[in-house]
Design a protein around this ligand. Structure first.
Ligand SMILES: [Zn+2]
Length: 458
């Protein structure tokens, strides 16, 4: 008997945790953090709908926090089993989990400083992150969890190191897409696929939407930079430290090399982005990267190091930016404005109509980034109200997720035999994609809800 239980990213985007049970062995695919409305996310992050003692192994698809960020909670509860992933994902996850713990701690500290009555505890701290990190096991080749369970990774083309996970359990094949990248993208090769697994667990972040062509991004970005230069604006970009930041820098590097933008300083104000960009540089000729990028990197030698870029690690240098006048570009984290130094830059610029907030990544429901994207006129930063005067711009080009037609092409190639479970999408996106699949003649499509369990005949 094969069982699946969906303990996150079921009808929403964050908190990915899918438990596959085969002959009493429970394997958790991803262990992500819920993000969004603070109290609701906190509640779900602290109460797992399963017992940590029952989990035999965890396998991680990629290093994003909504796929790894609950590992320190699992370790804090007492989980001491293995956490498998490939070596790039392990390296990146270590950086991101340490950073996540630091964010949890500093945000709680800051919140408690300005709130007299309401005090919060960080979800976890450095010690818990280190405990989780000690459980990681690199696996770059297929491996076995038991003599009947084989695991392999396929390129997912979503971020550096991202994988799809294939479980083969006594002949029954379950393919978990993790987060899937696009067919055409800036840095990476498109996703691989395997045909005819029994079941497919598929992400649907953009199940009902297409992205604009990535090749058009350069021109639009050049125009925004030009305006900012003339107006002496600060452009504040909440950049996901993993991939989006490097993509933006790579485009700016290309624009500058081609003489299409004026010279203005760029500050990458995030210690984590600095560390991650170092890994990108170390892995620059890895076969995760597309030929086009590798050719550029070979010619340019330093595709993430354009001469006006400063990578800022020290807090005091970050604070200095508050007093420094534009024009400039500040790329800072977190990508959905939920924590980190971006909040200080926003607090500093949000009431200044000359400054520009440039949203270049997915903004989940109820996050500060989403509220700003949706045009809310008043928002809270560190619990204090601010009116929004800065200009808000959104660039949709950069998604690291497959759009609707990429997803459909993928499902047609994979063509699972017995069923498709749709996860990691807000309700409208996955319902839309379920309908698309039905129209294309696919059946046995499941839309699991939070903590829902399925018993499947293998
Ligand atoms: Zn992801």
């Amino acid at each position: 008997m094969l069982k699946m239980k969906f303990c996150g990213a079921a009808g929403e985007v964050t908190g990915s945790k899918h438990i596959i049970e085969f002959e009493n062995i429970k394997i958790m695919l991803d262990c992500g953090l819920f993000q969004g409305r603070r109290s609701e996310a906190r509640e779900k992050n602290l109460k797992f709908p399963f017992k940590y003692e029952d989990i035999n192994a965890v396998i991680i698809s990629h290093a994003h926090i909504d796929h790894t960020g609950a590992l320190p909670i699992l370790a804090k509860q007492g989980y001491s089993g293995p956490i498998y992933c490939n070596s790039i994902t392990r390296e990146l996850s270590e950086i991101m989990l340490r950073d996540s713990a630091r964010l949890q701690e500093t945000d709680a500290e800051f919140f408690n400083k300005i709130h007299e009555e309401e005090k919060i505890e960080p979800l976890y701290g450095q010690e818990d992150a280190l405990k989780a990190i000690s459980l990681f096991r690199d696996r770059d080749l297929p491996f076995e969890i038991s003599n009947k369970i084989k695991v392999s990774f396929l390129n997912a083309g979503h971020v550096l190191g991202s994988s799809q996970i294939l479980l083969e359990m006594d002949g029954v094949k379950v393919l978990y897409s993790g987060d899937l990248g696009r067919e055409k993208q800036l840095l990476l090769n498109p996703p691989d696929f395997m045909s005819r697994p029994d079941y497919l667990i598929l992400e649907t972040t953009y199940g009902d939407r297409e992205h604009p062509e990535i090749s058009d991004a350069q021109e639009v970005l050049a125009a925004i930079i030009d305006t900012a230069f003339k107006r002496k604006s600060k452009i504040i970009i909440p950049g996901f430290s993993l991939e989006r930041t490097q993509e933006i820098i790579y485009i700016i590097d290309k624009l500058k090399s081609a003489g299409k933008i004026p010279a203005l300083p760029i500050y990458v104000d995030s210690p984590m982005s600095c560390e991650i960009t170092k890994i990108f540089n170390e892995r620059i000729f890895s076969d995760n990267f597309s030929n086009e990028f590798r050719t550029y990197a070979d010619k340019d030698k330093d595709p993430f190091g354009y001469e006006y870029i400063r990578y800022i690690s020290e807090k005091k240098d970050s604070q200095k930016l508050n007093e420094t006048r534009g024009p400039m570009i500040i790329i800072s984290a977190s990508g959905m404005c939920e924590g980190g130094r971006i909040l200080h830059h926003l607090r500093n610029s949000i009431e200044n109509e000359n400054d520009i907030l440039l949203l270049v990544g997915f903004q989940a429901q109820n996050t500060l980034g989403r509220k700003l994207k949706d045009g809310e006129r008043e928002v809270k930063i560190f619990g204090l109200k601010h009116e929004v005067y800065m200009e808000i711009k959104t660039l949709d080009f950069f998604s690291a997720h497959a759009g609707k037609s990429d997803l459909l092409a993928y499902v047609k190639k994979v063509n699972p035999k017995k069923g498709i479970f749709l996860v990691h999408g807000e309700e409208s996106q996955r319902a839309g994609f379920a309908q698309t699949l039905k129209n294309e003649g696919f059946s046995d499509i499941f839309l699991p809800s939070y903590a829902q369990e399925y018993e499947l005949k293998d």
